[in-house]
Design a protein around this ligand. Sequence first.
Ligand SMILES: Cc1cc2nc3c(=O)[nH]c(=O)nc-3n(C[C@H](O)[C@H](O)[C@H](O)COP(=O)(O)O)c2cc1C
Length: 274
Amino acid sequence: MTDFPAALPDIPLVEWASAINTRRSVRSYKGQRVDPAALAALHGFCTALPARSIARVAVLDDAPPDLFTGLVVGGYGRVTGAGSAFLVIGRSDADLVQETMGYLGEAALLEATAMGLGTCWVAGSFDRTVASRLVDLGPEEQVFAISPLGYAEEKPRRSEALLKAMVRAKHRRPVLEIAPGFDEEHWPAWAAEGVRLARIAPSAVNRQPWRFELDQGAVKVTVVKRGAEGSVSRLLDVGIAMLHFEVGARLMGASGVWQVLGSPDVALFRPIPR
Ligand SMILES: Cc1cc2nc3c(=O)[nH]c(=O)nc-3n(C[C@H](O)[C@H](O)[C@H](O)COP(=O)(O)O)c2cc1C
């Protein structure tokens, strides 16, 4: 078993746990420019992220509106008023590229959320040609997802509210569905908090394709294989949930690392004995 290459040594646990609890996807922005100091801090944060040979996150200070195309013709669910953006970039030929992009991309989104900025993972409805013109891509690198960055409107526009209703954005699968056998009394507190924070993670069309099981003192995450996957890899979602899980586990005192497993298992989080 190998350690997950994107592991973050220092996570601001309290700030990110709070960001996880308050975050929601924002598609309606005020049209104000993002504070340059906040952008500079995000540039520094993203540059310092590990595993750059697999995936990275670029900050785009000025995001053109045609980057955001909306879900279907007519711009339904389109992002409006966002001045800046993250580009989530991966090497399409690298092992673990999807999980790594999910994990590192979510790190950037949580950092931005903790700074009071609105974000929204967008892996389907953006213009890939525009995106790839906005950044220098290395060999085999592609922009797999983006997120707007900006100040959220108090209320989402009507078309965003409709999109949220369509994907039931607030709905989350019951804990016993994502963690069969979950038992608050018998699961260690770190594992329970990890599952609680993973459960509220964002995912493409809110599909929540992650499953957790307790396995001899460690927690294993697997990916659901049933049904059509669509154009966005479920492993991207799982990478996001892995970071949320880790924040919960570490918050409850279990520092540990994800170890990579073979398909259909994804990874195992084993706390380091103290
Ligand atoms: C990998 C990924 C891809 C997504 N792609 C899109 C997208 O293309 N367009 C969009 O409007 N929302 C997109 N979303 C946002 C989801 O619809 C949203 O996270 C989900 O409905 C849960 O809502 P919440 O983020 O407000 O909790 C995506 C989310 C993830 C994690």
